[in-house]
Every structure is written in C-alpha cells, then in structure tokens.
Write a protein that binds this ligand. Structure first.
Ligand code: PLP
Length: 430
C-alpha cells in the first residue's frame, strides 16, 4: 500500500509500511530472521557502504521486518522517518546522541517516567551531558533555563504516572525561538490520542514495549523524525551540518535533507551504539499496532468509568485523571489529546503508604507489575517501586507520593475492574 495521507488512522495502523511479501506472497509481514543480506556484486556492496544506495547490509543497521515497523510508526505519527531500537530507554539515548556532546544540556519536564528521571539526572552525566528539570507549566522558567549549550527540550505528552498533560504547542514555541528541537515521549498517549508533530514537536520517542505492542510481550523503542527541523540554521548540530569523518566527509543534512536524522540514526547511531530492535520484537509490535485505535478507545472508556467511580468513593482522597472535570488539565487535554486522556492515572488512598501496599496485595484482576499499556489492568505503588530512586520532593513532583498508586487500566469489563477495586479498597482501609 502506498502511504496515502488520505487514508484514515484505522487503515494506516494495519497497512502502512507493509505489502505482501514479493518472494512468497505471504500476506502478513514475514519475520526476516537473518543477520546478513547477499550483495548483488562488489559494486552494490560498495554503494551500500557509502550510503549511495539504500538497502540491507547487516541487521544491526536495518532488517526488513523492523523496516516495516519503522515506516508504520513514522506514518502514524505523521513523521518522515523512524528508527526502532531495543527499548524505550535506548530510543531516548538514540534521540539525544546526534544532538549532544560533552558540556551540552537538555531541559526536561519534572513530570516524567521514573526511569527517565534517573537516566537524565544520573546516567547521561557519564557522557558529559546534563539535564535541567523544569516545571513545564511555568513557561517563563523553561525559557529562562535555555542557555547556549542547550540542545533539546524533552517532555511527555501525557506524563507517566498519569494525570498531567503537557502544553506541547507552547513548549514547542519556546524550542523554536531557541533554535533547538522539542522531543516528545508519546508512549503513554500513542499517536492515536496525541499527534505531537502537528503540535510542533521535532522528534517523537516511544517505548513500543507499552501500548504500541499492547500485550506486554516484547521490549522496544522508536524515534520518529518530523523532518521539519533545519539542522543547518545554526552551528549547534554539527552531526548533521558538518562533514562526517566516518563517511568520507559526507554532510548528513545537505545529503539527506529532511531524512538527515533518520539516516544518521541508522548509519551512525545503530552502527556504533548497537541498540538494535530484533525482528521478532518488530513482529509482535506490528501485530499490536493493527489494533491500536480499538484498544486505546477501550482503555480511555474504561479509565473514564473507573476514575469517576473512584472519585466518588470515600476511601479515596483524590484521583488525578485529565479526563475528569475536576482535573486542572481537563481543558488542555481536549486540545492535546482530543480522543481521550489515556488509560493511566493515579489515585490517593486514605491510610497512606500502608493502605497502598495492602490494596496492591488484595487486588485479584489487577496485576502488580512495573509496566503499563497492557490489555491487562496493572497497578503499581510507585513510591515503593518505580520511583523508589527519587527523593520525596522528586516523587511529589512526579505525582508519585507515598499515598498514591498508579493504575494502567486494561481493556477488560469495567464492571469487573470496579468490583475488584471495591473489595481491595475495603481490605486496605479497614
Ligand atoms: C516504559 C517507558 C519508558 C522506557 O521504556 P522501556 O521500553 O521500558 O525502556 C520511557 N518513557 C515512558 C513514558 C515509559 O512508560
């Protein structure tokens, strides 16, 4: 299928990037379980290695099954290209890698996945990179944090652990004025609920481990490029604007235009960092994307019902779900994610830390796991698990205080989920 922009999301999520296998006619995308590809002749091999011709060389760089997934996610996000990686965290490093260098910094939202806070506050320091965490609702503070060494702004559209919606367009304007890209982690929203590129984002990163795969089977990540950023407008991005010594002085932006980021990520990023997605993982994720919109609609419908029920329950202090009118982000959600505020939210249990631990233990349908975006309903007490590495102040900023649990609402029968929460809350608050 040609990726005709006139096709609707429901059609593209099944067909984009894929066609019947030319060798066998297989209708489903085959799993190309191979590490290498035969060159036609020595000239063909040389052209591929010089990036003069696009093709398959070695599966650390490109693989036909992974390539279909890359094209599909790029199409669903409205980008020009994408590169898949071994995990969401790998995707974040892959997104930053060509932008950064020793002494350079990024500005990130205080409301992020716990693992990302750790990656940005600790691990990237080993590369000589640093991160300034800023409250993205304080736009002046975001502007003030930008300095000559800032190379990107990073936030989550619907922030994990839930309830916070980022004003993507406003922060995109700040990035534009500073001449730097905005990177949006769209994992918890998915391209069905939120379209960051239309709101001004340059790059979109995903943990495909979550909703895109949708059933908790395989790890993966993806970086999508909007193709809209002018990497040569200033001297901040020499990886794209300056000659690349490892490719005979080729300039990625001059040579590949809007695909500069995508080609650099494959030719340099995957080649040298090796955070490659394997074809089995791509296969599972391709199958997941086929039902993305159907699942997201149900996740949102169930999350609304359950958040409403919890909000009216005496054993619960508060619920932070941007789909509720009580949320300070209710209005913003309508423009950032018009099809719904996602399937993730947090709620505070009367009785604090101990009650949260009892609740998690008493639930029967909900599983206590460090994951989200599964068809199964999941719960986690962030303060004792995913956000454990953070201090109390960081936990609070991330919406993960000791009395709060996070739920990832699945696609089961909402009444069964409510009954399960009801019985467990009784045990937790007795
Ligand atoms: C899970 C997650 C990540 C990290 O992805 P992995 O696939 O676990 O490496 C990053 N951001 C968000 C919002 C996530 O939910």
């Amino acid at each position: 299928m040609t990726d005709d922009a006139t096709y609707g999301f429901d059609t593209l999520q099944i067909h984009a990037g894929a066609k019947p296998d030319p060798a066998t006619g297989a209708r489903q995308t085959p799993i190309y379980q191979t590490t290498a590809y035969v060159f036609r002749d020595a000239d063909h091999a040389a052209a591929l290695f010089n990036l003069q011709e696009v093709g398959f060389i070695y599966s650390r760089l490109t693989n036909p099954t992974v390539a279909v997934l890359q094209e599909r996610i790029a199409t669903l996000e409205g980008g020009v290209g994408a590169v898949c990686c071994s995990s969401g965290h790998a995707a974040q490093i892959m997104a930053l890698f060509p932008l950064m260098g020793p002494g350079k910094n990024i500005i990130a939202s205080t409301r992020l996945y716990g693992g990302t806070v750790t990656q940005f506050s600790q691990t990237i320091k080993r590369f000589g990179w640093s991160c300034k965490f800023v409250d993205f609702d304080d736009v002046d503070a975001v502007k003030a944090a930008v300095d000559d060494d800032t190379r990107a702004i990073f936030g989550e559209a619907i922030a994990n652990p839930g309830g916070y919606i980022m004003d993507v367009r406003t922060i995109a304007d700040v990035a534009d004025d500073a001449g730097i890209p905005l990177i949006i982690d769209n994992t918890t929203a998915t391209p069905y609920l939120c379209r960051p590129i239309e709101l001004g984002a340059t790059l979109v990163v995903h943990s495909t481990t979550k909703y895109l795969t949708g059933n908790g089977t395989v790890m993966g990540g993806c970086v999508v490029d909007s193709g809209k950023f002018d990497w040569s407008a200033n001297d901040k991005f020499p990886s794209f604007s300056q000659p690349e010594p490892a490719y005979h002085g080729l300039k990625f932006h001059e040579t590949f235009g809007p695909l500069a980021f995508t080609f650099h990520s494959i030719a340099i990023g995957l080649r040298d960092l090796g955070m490659t997605m394997n074809p089995q993982a791509a296969h599972y994720t391709l199958m997941g994307t086929e039902t993305l919109s159907l699942r997201m609609d149900r996740h949102v419908e169930n999350a609304m019902k359950i958040a409403n029920w919890l909000e009216n329950d005496d054993r619960v202090d508060y619920v932070t779900y941007a789909g509720l009118e009580s949320s300070p982000y209710f209005e913003r959600a309508k423009s950032v994610c018009p099809k719904g505020a996602g399937g993730l939210f947090t709620f505070a249990v009367k009785g604090g830390y101990d009650a949260c631990v009892k609740l998690v233990n008493a639930l029967e349908i909900f599983s206590h796991v460090a994951n989200l975006g599964d068809t199964r309903s999941l719960i986690i007490h962030s303060a004792s698990t995913t956000h454990r590495q953070l201090n109390a102040e960081q936990q609070k900023a991330a919406g993960a205080s000791a009395n709060v649990v996070r739920v990832s609402i699945g696609t089961e029968d909402a009444n069964d989920l409510i009954a399960d929460l009801d019985q467990a809350l009784s045990k937790a608050t007795n």
